[in-house]
Design a binder for this molecule. Structure first.
Ligand SMILES: Nc1ncnc2c1ncn2[C@@H]1O[C@H](COP(=O)(O)OP(=O)(O)O)[C@@H](O)[C@H]1O
Ligand SMILES: [Mg+2]
Length: 256
């Protein structure tokens, strides 16, 4: 605990979080408060601890020091599914689609898990249920309404990422963690994907996004958190972060 005041509107608080694995200190004393509806970029060189931070927030890993709170409630040691039920959703750096199923079926599965748990997936009628409606709505929200019948495996990288976001939306998250959503996406698909991410935010959701591409982050987010060697180097508006000398030498210097 760092003793910082708890912000009333903070939907996510990371307070003095550390992670030790074996002898290695992967995260060190990370404190960050994210307001409801905020869009936060997370940048930093490879190996800085960005994905690990998302893992500690979502419950894939448990912090060895400090506290994680969702809506003011401590979830530091809660499992992934409890945090998901509390409204936390994430995408992974690598794809998690069922390539042999259609786009609609992928989102349907996510909606069915949300509605009734994974074991009931096969018992939903196929034709005209709630899950189908949710799937259509979510596909439309990410701009894939006309691609519903396409096999997920046949979509472009950009559309795959949109489909992953549609699946995430079917889980009805209020706080969304996106880990390098532009990874592997052709430059022609980047603006469309940025629009989808902007839309998540305008829908009132809180978004945290790890992104390597500075120009993408800077054009989207309210604040930028800079990770370096497992520590939070700075967290401020894009303009202030860009002007920060420590950030320039540590991050920009390291990747130049
Ligand atoms: N489960 C783990 N066990 C041991 N080391 C890990 C584990 N997860 C991540 N690391 C190490 O932690 C550091 C940060 O990794 P990561 O969070 O993936 O960085 P980033 O996403 O910023 O590129 C790296 O040095 C990585 O090798
Ligand atoms: Mg990573």
């Amino acid at each position: 605990m760092t003793g910082q005041p708890v912000l009333e509107a903070a939907v996510l608080e990371i307070d003095g979080v550390g992670l030790q694995i074996g002898g290695a200190q992967i995260l060190r004393d990370v404190s960050l408060s994210v307001a409801a509806g905020e869009m936060l970029g997370v940048i930093g060189p490879n190996g800085a601890g960005k994905t690990t931070l998302f893992n500690v927030i979502s419950g894939v890993l448990t912090a060895t020091e400090g506290v994680v709170r969702l809506d003011g409630r401590e979830v530091t040691r809660e499992p992934i599914h409890t945090r998901a039920r509390a409204g936390l959703g994430r995408t992974f750096q690598t794809s998690s689609l069922f390539n042999g199923l259609s786009a609609t079926e992928n989102v349907r599965l996510a909606a069915q898990v949300q509605a009734g748990g994974a074991t009931r997936v096969t018992r939903f009628p196929r034709g005209s249920d709630d899950a189908n409606r949710v799937a259509q709505d979510r596909l439309a929200e990410v701009g894939l309404a006309s691609r519903g019948h396409a096999l997920a495996g046949g979509l472009s990288h950009g559309d795959k990422r949109k489909l992953e976001i549609a699946m995430l939306l079917a889980m009805e998250p209020r706080v969304i963690l996106l880990d390098e959503p532009m990874a592997g996406v052709g430059s022609g698909d980047v603006p469309g994907l940025m629009d989808v991410i902007r839309g998540l935010h305008h829908g009132g959701r809180t978004v945290l996004m790890v992104e390597h591409h500075m120009e993408v982050v800077m054009g989207l987010v309210d604040r930028v958190a800079v990770m370096h060697h497992g520590e939070l180097l700075a967290c401020d508006t894009p303009q202030k972060v860009m002007a920060d000398e420590r950030v320039q030498s540590a991050y920009l210097g390291a990747t130049a």
